[in-house]
Design a binder for this molecule. Structure first.
Ligand SMILES: Nc1nc2c(ncn2[C@@H]2O[C@H](COP(=O)(O)OP(=O)(O)OP(=O)(O)O)[C@@H](O)[C@H]2O)c(=O)[nH]1
Ligand SMILES: [Mg+2]
Length: 485
């Protein structure tokens, strides 16, 4: 502990002859002396508190140096948070299971938002701005979105009673958003009163993520005891709407309108309409596959600490090596400036690219193709000097969606003119793999290994093998001692 405040030799400042501290004053009364001593005691107390805080921070820093730090990078919706969930599921399943209840609100909100999105579409385009019409087509699987076509062509008054019965879902959405975001300032995408709003993304949920919201949902659940609250009310309404949601989704006018607007809801993140009966039930408990499919946009950079559960009961040293820190970043363009400070001190970087993005534009900038954005971003990351010594992992993700799009007749060459091969998964994924590897080779300042995997981040079985290999690669590259492995 520092004793700097107790030094007796005063330092010289100001004009020669004046010293600091000016104690003790030449003529000091008893009262002045008592006050002075009291002040000094207070100052010492404060100093000790500061010293203690510094010490704690130093120890914390020392501990953090023993952690493996992994940075997850990639554009929005590429699957970064999903990969983090896969690590938790594989290596900290008890902790992951303990949090599963908190995901219920997110999944139900994903579902309710999709329903309200459909209701907005069916209500017609009159209250949509031209920007909203365009952004509704962001999810289109077609290169030429056709969202501007008049919805009156298929508007069907038979849906009237259904729409009326589903109207309370606006309130459900509001309750769930409030519950998840609680003290957060309102951000775009959150509900604007009860006014129907045309969402550019059917199920998008945008709240500050990390562990904060989970704790919040949990705390509220614990504190309310047996008293019914607004969340119970929301779940009751949702259950009451179960059959009508199914009917809405199946109704020919809805399917026709979505087709005419070139909106493919099944391809969208957080799509749960095929599981309505289960998810809208009051007894609903999120399963692992549901949690992996849930969409919760990451805002900012979130630090997640994960301790390998197999390390429980081992020595403190072994435990330290078994704790990994993940930095999960928000991938949209506006958030990328916040990444740089994390490049400095990580052991591994996992970059995700959604291969299904070849026929999509960024939701934050509809003039930019997603695949092109990913390649540009990859180029920047590869050339970063700060990352030149870290383990590089590339996950070409959303294999399932890429395959479905190609099988559905979407032509890859229509978006990527240099592609001349057969329009199937094997050739397209090989082409993309080659492109990314070539960029890595040409942009890296020094020779560095690159681990590449084709992934479907929501597939538990297949991912369990990939996750093991990622862990091994990171540990081996970072020369961890055998007992830590
Ligand atoms: N079908 C399919 N969906 C996936 C795959 N990987 C992720 N998803 C889904 O895609 C959505 C977006 O994934 P996230 O992990 O939230 O994306 P992110 O990169 O963290 O996005 P930001 O937080 O906005 O930067 C989620 O609903 C996931 O369930 C995949 O391989 N296939
Ligand atoms: Mg995320």
């Amino acid at each position: 502990m520092s004793t700097r405040r107790e030094s007796t030799s005063p330092i010289q400042i100001g004009p020669v002859g004046q010293s600091w501290p000016p104690y003790p004053p030449a003529e000091e009364t008893e009262l002045e002396r008592a006050l002075r001593l009291e002040e000094e005691k207070e100052a010492k107390k404060k100093s000790d508190v500061i010293d203690e805080a510094i010490e704690v921070e130093r120890n914390e820093l020392k501990k953090r140096k023993q952690y493996i730090k992994v940075l997850l990078l990639g554009q929005a919706e590429s699957g970064k948070s999903t990969i983090l969930k896969q690590f938790q599921l594989n290596y900290a399943p008890k902790a992951f299971q303990a949090e599963s209840e908190a995901w219920r609100a997110v999944i139900q909100l994903n579902l309710v938002r999709t329903v309200n999105f459909i209701l907005d579409i069916m209500a017609g385009s009159s209250n949509m701005t031209s920007e909203e019409k365009e952004s509704a087509a962001t999810y289109s699987s077609s290169p030429q979105p056709n969202a501007n076509r008049s919805s009156s062509e298929t508007r069907n008054d038979d849906l009237g009673p259904l729409k009326t019965r589903l109207a309370p879902l606006r309130q459900v959405e509001m309750i769930l958003v409030n519950r998840l975001s609680a003290d957060e300032p309102r951000r775009s995408g959150s509900l604007d009163g009860l006014t129907p709003k045309y969402y550019s993304r059917a199920s998008e949920v945008s709240i500050r993520g990390g562990t904060g919201w989970k704790a919040l949902v949990q705390r509220k659940q614990d504190s309310r005891g047996s008293e019914p609250d607004d969340l119970d009310q929301a779940r009751q309404i949702l259950e009451t709407c179960q059959k009508d949601i199914v009917a809405l989704w199946k109704s020919p006018p809805v399917q026709q309108q979505l087709r005419q607007s070139d909106i493919v809801l099944r391809d969208q993140s957080g799509f749960f309409l095929d599981d309505t009966r289960r998810i809208a039930s009051q007894k609903y408990k999120p399963t692992f596959p549901d949690i992996l499919k849930a969409r919760l946009q990451t805002i900012g950079v979130e630090e997640h600490s994960m301790t390998f559960e197999s390390a429980e009961g081992q020595s403190a040293a072994a435990q330290a090596g078994k704790t990994w820190l993940f930095y999960d970043v928000g991938g949209s363009k506006g958030q990328r400036a916040a990444w740089a400070p994390y490049f400095d001190d990580v052991n591994a970087m996992i970059f995700l690219c959604s291969m299904a993005g070849f026929n999509q534009t960024l939701s934050e900038d509809r003039s930019v193709n997603r695949l092109l954005d990913s390649l540009t971003l990859w180029k920047t990351i590869c050339s970063s000097k700060l990352l030149s010594n870290v383990t590089f992992i590339l996950l070409l993700n959303k294999c399932d969606l890429l395959e479905a799009k190609l099988k559905g007749g979407e032509l890859f060459a229509r978006y990527v003119r240099s592609f001349k091969e057969a329009n199937d998964f094997k050739h397209v994924s090989e082409y993309l793999r080659g492109k990314f590897i070539a960029i890595h080779k040409s942009q890296s300042a020094r020779k560095r290994a690159l681990h590449v995997h084709l992934t479907c981040a929501i597939d538990i079985e297949v991912m369990s093998h990939v996750i093991v290999r990622l862990r091994e690669a990171i540990l081996v590259d970072n020369l961890m001692s055998v007992d830590l492995i």
